[in-house]
Design a protein around this ligand. Structure first.
Ligand code: NI
Length: 262
């Protein structure tokens, strides 16, 4: 089994000029990838890219709780029924100072989408920024009804990591784990059981160290895989095979299919 990217935003306008090239390079470098939604429109655009090794998650980011009204949920339900949709996300909470969506509105949108994931029996892709306490108490309520989840682009505390593992969730690391100053984050990765570890790019953001500052793309996930292989003390091939198997199991992507497509 080859590399997979469990989290990228290939539908954003930063790829408008050369998306076909990026898609071709991604297909060459990876077995498969998941395009993640953050608004209703980007969720729909992600679903439109599905097929031939491309899967999608649909959901509304905590920056846009105003989209998660009845009509928005109906739209997400419709999109989630399309072929290739494997998760609800990215959803969660974001209390960073530049986000002016009120916490109460974010929490309501988060809960509504968690309920949708329970209803549709889909795993969730979780975004957290400076909101560990509220996010954790909400997930304490829902995790048992969900078929799994991902703490995406993990950069949280030890306590949050422990809680996430307690929920049975997977922990996904992005390019920031390769940064020289990220030793603390690499130390956390040591504590993630190998069968719960995932890798992602979050492209176009967070290009790994060797390509830092560039627009990130899915093929760069190999740099994150190299770093995590060192951190876990396994070979690169082992790291790639294990993280791909973890992702396939969580997203229920048949391995035979992903191999045939590679
Ligand atoms: Ni993202």
């Amino acid at each position: 089994m080859g590399l997979v990217d469990t989290h990228c935003h290939l539908q954003t306008d930063r790829f408008d000029e050369d998306r076909d090239e990026i898609l071709a390079r991604s297909r060459e470098a990876l077995d498969w990838l998941v395009v993640i939604g953050d608004t209703l429109a980007s969720s729909e655009a992600g679903v439109a890219l599905c097929g031939d090794g491309i899967y999608a998650a649909v959901g509304v980011h905590p920056y846009h709780p105003e989209e998660v009204i009845e009509a928005g949920l109906t739209k997400l339900r419709e999109l989630a029924a399309r072929p290739g949709v494997v998760a609800i996300g990215e959803i969660g909470l974001d209390y960073y100072k530049y986000n002016d969506a009120p916490p109460e509105a974010q929490q309501a949108a988060f809960r509504a989408q968690l309920e949708l994931a329970v209803e549709l029996d889909l795993p969730v892709v979780i975004h957290n920024r400076e909101s560990e306490d509220d996010l954790s108490s909400i997930l304490d309520e829902y995790h048992q009804s969900l078929p799994g989840g991902i703490l995406h682009c993990f950069a949280g505390s030890d306590a949050y990591l422990e809680r996430g593992l307690g929920w049975g969730f997977h922990i996904s690391f992005a390019g920031n784990v390769t940064f020289p100053k990220a030793q603390e984050l690499r130390d956390r990765a040591v504590d993630v059981p190998f069968d719960r570890l995932l890798i992602e790019t979050d492209s176009p953001y967070l290009a790994p160290q060797p390509v830092r500052g560039k627009r990130c793309e899915p093929a760069y996930v190999r740099h994150t895989a190299e770093t995590l292989a060192e951190v876990k003390g396994v070979s690169y091939d082992e790291l790639v095979a294990q993280t791909a198997a973890n992702a396939a199991r969580l997203f229920r992507i048949p391995v035979e299919k992903s191999q045939a497509e590679s």
